[in-house]
Write a protein of this length. Structure first.
Length: 272
């Protein structure tokens, strides 16, 4: 081969390599538009600690609201199945019972067509939450992770296909294995309510967002909702509020259903 041919081949190789790097970087950084060969996009939703000194000033003349992410499950996917991986779970806590209760609450909202179904335990991991090497196994798995940052209680990674407003096809939940978790009826100093956290994260699995950004930007009603973005030690938010239920009805209305007196705020996918 001539020198000119070698140079041409080397140039083409550099172009192909450069294109591959661009595609990989676009997926890792969560680009807004899907790029081949990645068939879907993933958003990460985070629940964090709230400190005792967090500002709690009411917003004047504000109405409690809820937020829907643009991606929802098709009705043909009902009931949405959920699995639990108990590896790394805190000993002595009835984690499976907490997941079952959360599944039941979200599945039995009057006026909503949405439904979860708990499928039991699994050894599957939260592959959707691995941004460097994502693994999509078709299972919506609740797991415990030792790799989350200290201020994070849990994350939900939702996957969808078909463009920015496409259908949800999978989610995975990671709960921080390093947190001092406790049960609702026996929370000790410095412990966080695991049931409240699981209920919150399964709300993200439905397609619900945080109603506000936290602190002084939120109304009193928003701060007590399950989908509020932070949780204090010994704080309990393990029962759906009127706003939480209204969000599910808005996202998945049953025929002829409507909850009056609510305010809907629709926003883009959270990438906290």
């Amino acid at each position: 081969m001539s020198v000119e041919g070698v140079v041409a081949m080397f140039g083409r190789a550099r172009i192909v390599l450069g294109l591959a790097v661009v595609l990989a970087a676009a997926f890792v950084c969560g680009a807004d538009e899907p790029r081949e060969p990645v068939p879907s996009m993933v958003a990460v939703h985070v629940l964090t600690w709230a400190t005792d000194g967090e500002a709690h000033e009411d917003v004047p003349d504000a109405t409690a609201a809820y937020r829907l992410n643009p991606n929802r499950w098709p009705l043909s996917a009902m009931p949405v199945r959920v699995w639990l991986n108990l590896e790394g779970a805190p000993p002595g806590l009835a984690v499976e019972g907490m997941v079952r209760d959360a599944v039941d609450q979200w599945s039995n909202v009057s006026g909503s067509a949405f439904a979860y179904r708990f499928e039991g335990t699994t050894t599957a991991r939260a592959g959707s939450c691995d941004r460097l090497d994502p693994e999509f196994d078709g299972r919506n798995t609740v797991t415990f992770s030792e790799s989350l940052s200290p201020g994070t209680l849990g994350v939900t990674c939702t996957r969808w296909t078909g463009g920015p407003s496409g259908n949800l096809v999978e989610f995975d939940i990671e709960l921080n294995a390093s947190i001092a978790w406790g049960a609702t009826d026996s929370l000790g100093p410095g412990q966080f309510d695991l049931a409240s956290t699981i209920l919150h994260e399964l709300g993200h699995g439905i397609g619900l967002g945080h109603p506000c950004s936290g602190g002084a930007s939120c109304t009193a009603d928003e701060r007590v909702s399950v989908m509020y973005p932070a949780l204090k030690a010994r704080e309990i938010r393990n029962v759906l509020t009127v706003d939480d239920r209204a969000a599910v009805v808005e996202a998945y209305p049953a025929p002829g259903s409507q909850l009056p007196g609510t305010t809907l705020f629709v926003a883009g996918v959270a990438r906290d």
